[in-house]
Design a protein around this ligand. Sequence first.
Ligand SMILES: Nc1ncnc2c1ncn2[C@@H]1O[C@H](COP(=O)(O)OP(=O)(O)O)[C@@H](O)[C@H]1O
Ligand SMILES: [Mg+2]
Length: 294
Amino acid sequence: MTRNSNGSPGGEAAGPVVDAVTCSNLAYSFGGTRAVDGLELAVRPGEVFGLLGPNGAGKTTAIRCITTLLPVPAGMVRVFGHDAAGDRMAVRRLLGYVPQQLSADAALTGRENVTLFARVFDVPRRERAARVTQALAAVGLTDAADRLANTYSGGMVRRLELAQALVSAPRLLILDEPTIGLDPIARTGVWGHINAVRAATGMTVLVTTHYMDEADQYCDRVGLMHRGRIRALGTPAELRRGLGERRRAEGGTATDALPTLEDVFRDVAGSGLDDTSGDFRDVRSTRRTAHRVG
Ligand SMILES: Nc1ncnc2c1ncn2[C@@H]1O[C@H](COP(=O)(O)OP(=O)(O)O)[C@@H](O)[C@H]1O
Ligand SMILES: [Mg+2]
């Protein structure tokens, strides 16, 4: 375990690189529901890591423990070496967060929304206006900056939230379902801006999504989460190749040997679990119904 507690890049110590995020045996329950159940996770500095899984898998709960919005009742969470339970302010200073629920205020302009975040995150007063302008430019909202957010399209609102999270120049950007409900063009736009900022700054990105195609395209590594734990981990290509090779060895057809990431997920969720009666889609629709009824 490393103890490079200042987390500064290029530290003189020749020890192992400090992970951007480490979760060790993290557990979190809502009453009797074990939302996160012994999560092991290591996100490397500079990578885009995708936490994937159906609704109810525990992604948001895990993310909220990492952001310190929820406590860490069991296990350990570190962000660039800082303990999320013991050193919450240090962790908060390092991260930008785009929550699953919309966080922009429709009655304010884009610029006002981002300025609000700049204040909350203690961007120095003298730098504030320039940093807000820069964050809006980074997500392609320069022309719309002084319009009310309620005139924005869904994709623009998501990009505004991205600007809010970027204004503090985070080393770790955490995005919870950043493209949910967006059309394919808007989804591509959001990802384009995330990648451009990441290329320019070297920040680490932790993103949750249930769009497997998107994860396949944009994530360096993915963890497939189901029932509170990561069930498979690797680059999208490694995971696809692994399943393809197994299917070929089992005498599958040529099509079987070229699985998608969604096939990998279905395989993991279906075989590794004792009482799962259906596949990933069944689980997802069951959870949706449960949410609606509950
Ligand atoms: N505030 C809450 N109160 C009670 N149960 C919750 C709450 N938030 C989440 N859960 C439950 O915890 C589990 C994991 O939810 P969540 O972390 O939101 O999953 P995901 O983000 O992967 O969809 C689900 O069974 C969900 O119903
Ligand atoms: Mg969620």
